[in-house]
Design a binder for this molecule. Sequence first.
Ligand code: ITT
Ligand code: NA
Length: 216
Amino acid sequence: MLRYVTTNPGKVREAERYLPDGSVERLDFDYAEVQADELGPIAARGAREAYRHADGPVLVDDAGLFVEGLDGFPGPYSSYVEDTLGVERVHEIAADLDDRRAAFRCVLGYCDGEGFAASPDPVDRGDRDAAAAAGPDEGEGDGGSGDAGADPLPVKLFEGYVPGRIVAPRGDGGFGYDPIFEHDGETFAEMDTDRKNAVSHRGRALEKFAEWYADR
Ligand code: ITT
Ligand code: NA
């Protein structure tokens, strides 16, 4: 059984469409989100922590909204910013910008305690094209913990990206920043789950994961 580790039921609703019925269950576990500029290291460390907690295969999902005109803010801090400022305030801030382009990024981190055939690296990107999204190599030197040395648990990362722009809130589907994120004339909150999945950051990452998982 694969555990999809998240405190966010909205993510699971989307993920279910990509994973065989009955093969995955949600694990409501709040792994520590290390402070980092990039989603990749957060997902990789989260996957290891969740694996040790679950004692079985896990998939963690770290996502964020990156606003161009704000140099990528809130990015990895999207969850904190949603809880503090709120989505409407993020729209108000973006409304004053010349450049309201934005992107959602999602990084999935898979860990099952074993190595991956094709990858001697502790962190293997399932998706090299979008490597920029997760940033430079995970860099086990997190600088904070004091205990040097790479965590040997291998993690495989899958990334997805979708461009769009920040608009006044519309729609009541989805979750999080969906009402203020417009892609192709519609906000994500105006799309149903299948339509959002067909274009979204999470859909792209899940598609890559599902393909790899099916024939690993
Ligand atoms: P977990 O970490 O427990 O999975 P979370 O909601 O905190 O749940 P993230 O840290 O990945 O997840 O999310 C960062 C923020 O981005 C958070 O405020 C989410 O609501 C938001 N977010 C993530 N994916 C989104 C999506 O597809 N559409 C809209 N907002 C999204
Ligand atoms: Na989170």
